[in-house]
Design a protein around this ligand. Structure first.
Ligand SMILES: Cc1cc2nc3c(=O)[nH]c(=O)nc-3n(C[C@H](O)[C@H](O)[C@H](O)COP(=O)(O)OP(=O)(O)OC[C@H]3O[C@@H](n4cnc5c(N)ncnc54)[C@H](O)[C@@H]3O)c2cc1C
Length: 498
């Protein structure tokens, strides 16, 4: 536990004294599906997550490019679990896990909570990796959170605005109208395709001094092909489709430097190229949650190069059968970092916890069932891979539409998402183009504070004393003001020239 913080201890019952306590870390695909799978079990579930929402990451790029609103892909976890009586939701960033004492330590704004568990399900996902160049993040935001998507929305639409102003002054605006997406995996492909659609379709009538069609969209990757996990054929097909849309696909191009005004790529032949581009988007590389390291240090479980933890075939940690780890933060059998791995792993862990309480024998090792992968390229164009079948074009796009509608959480969100898709795909509009100055600059401003947001709030102790003093002062001021109002009315002094 951290010194000098306000600490609350949750659920003080010892094991055996109350219901079996399951703590779930994370409200993403693993965390949410794990908690839901325990709805009929005789357990108390506590979900601890650092955001109050469940994020549907596969549609983040649509928030960034103005198609969907953040609420449509990130409903409140508390609302989703409101009918599940055995589940409680706590906001907090888990900073420590004590496997010996079976405690989870979480923090929010300097307030610390300690939550004991009997079984633990860790689904803290992955973070963006800049391959050791973390300073790139300042100028090339990643695509992992709602904050990232809203910042990118502000930067993308903001670049067109700044270009219009620059062009009115007769300045060169090429660097403002050049967009570079780094990483040609599904996220990079989807992002580049959508920026190209913005430039060549959505925004064509909106500006007077520039033509949005002038925009240059570059998709850069050190790999020799786009979408490597989709195989060579689909990779080539996707590259062609992107080029038709106006995207420059730059393969074998490793990014070696990023600054405010652009970036440098090193080509395979050793030559270096500087690209002036104000808007850069980092869609390359993931690293397992830092909690993987915490767990590895206590159990000796190995970490792979991406910081993901090696787990037993039943998703538990060595020497700790009560701790399950699932999703993007595990390294097991080369499983991909996709939603279904997290969902199926979490359901497996929940079944095991329930089975143990009922005295059932242990399940067979976890086996992932691959339901297929897909990525959109533009409206009406996608690629999909189901088993040995490869599908491209409109049919793949329809499959993408159906799958995403099924997995978007909540009826309300499905209805509004369909409306927004109609606006964007049949029409040329984007319903969610609003961006604020705070969305664009908030991250940089927070990074300049020593302790981040914590520097903006009072420490828990100070807060209580200050609140009391403030309350007394405010009461006196309100009383004085009321007495003066009464006096003015009773003395007939209103409307009399002073
Ligand atoms: C832009 C993008 C597009 C994607 N597209 C697809 C796709 O099309 N198809 C597909 O199958 N997969 C896709 N993925 C991958 C998919 O989203 C992940 O595989 C999946 O989300 C993994 O689930 P998870 O539960 O392991 O982690 P996540 O869903 O990332 O959830 C992690 C949770 O843990 C919380 N958390 C993290 N650290 C802490 C902490 N210290 N304390 C408390 N809470 C914490 C987070 O707030 C979050 O709630 C995409 C990912 C991204 C980023």
């Amino acid at each position: 536990m951290t010194k000098g913080t306000d600490t609350a201890v949750q659920g003080v019952t010892e094991e055996g004294a109350g219901k079996h306590r399951v703590v779930v870390i994370g409200s993403g695909f693993g965390g949410l599906f794990g908690a839901k799978a325990l709805r009929r079990s005789a357990v108390d579930v506590t979900m601890i997550a650092k955001t109050t929402h469940h994020l549907f990451q596969p549609l983040l790029y649509q928030v960034a490019t103005g198609i969907l609103s953040e609420g449509e892909i990130a409903p409140p976890t508390r609302e989703i679990l409101s009918r599940q009586k055995n589940a409680q939701v706590l906001l907090g960033e888990v900073t420590d896990i004590d496997l010996e004492r079976r405690l989870v330590v979480s923090q929010v704004l300097g307030r610390e909570t300690v939550t004991p568990y009997d079984s633990l399900l860790v689904a803290a996902g992955a973070t963006q990796s800049y391959f050791g160049n973390d300073h790139f993040a300042e100028f090339a935001p990643g695509m992992k959170t709602i904050d990232d998507a809203l910042e990118l929305r502000g930067r993308i639409f903001g670049a067109f605005e700044m270009a219009e102003l620059g062009a009115l002054r007769g300045e060169d605006v090429d660097h403002l109208l050049t967009f570079v997406v780094v990483g040609a995996g599904p996220t990079g492909v989807e992002m580049a395709g959508q920026i190209a659609e913005l430039a060549h379709r959505t925004l064509t009538r909106d500006f007077r001094a520039i033509s949005s069609r002038q925009a240059r969209v570059i998709l850069a990757d050190a790999a020799p092909q786009v979408l490597p996990p989709f195989g060579k054929k689909l990779g080539q097909k996707t590259k062609k489709e992107l080029e038709k849309l106006g995207v420059e696909v730059m393969l074998g191009a490793m990014v070696t430097d990023v600054d405010e005004r652009g970036l440098v790529v090193k080509h395979k032949d050793g030559s270096e190229e500087r690209i002036d581009a104000v808007t850069k988007i980092w869609a390359a590389g993931v690293a397992g949650s830092p909690l993987a390291r915490t767990l590895s240090e206590q159990t000796g479980a190995p970490l792979d190069r991406a910081g993901r933890i090696g787990v037993n075939p039943d998703l538990t940690l060595p020497g700790h059968p009560e701790v399950f780890v699932v999703g993007d933060m595990i390294a097991l059998d080369n499983l991909p970092g996709v939603a279904q791995v997290a969902i199926q792993g979490a359901k497996y862990a929940a079944k095991e916890i329930d089975g143990r309480l009922k005295g059932k024998p242990a399940q067979k090792p976890f086996k992932y069932f691959d339901k297929g992968s897909m990525a959109t390229i533009s409206r009406f164009r996608a690629v999909a891979m189901v088993g040995r079948i490869r599908i491209t074009g409109f049919v793949a796009w329809l499959m993408w539409l159906a799958v995403h509608l099924v997995y978007i959480t909540g009826f309300k969100n499905r209805v509004t998402a369909v409306l927004h898709w109609l606006v964007s795909f049949l029409g040329r509009g984007r319903a969610e183009r609003t961006a604020t100055e705070q969305q664009i600059f908030g991250r940089s401003a927070l990074a300049r504070l020593e302790r981040g947001v914590q520097d903006l709030v009072s420490d828990p102790g100070e807060y209580a004393d200050k609140r009391l003093a403030d309350e007394q002062a405010r009461r006196l001021a309100l009383e004085e003001q009321a007495l003066e109002e009464v006096r003015l009315t009773d003395a007939g002094e209103r409307g009399v020239r002073v």
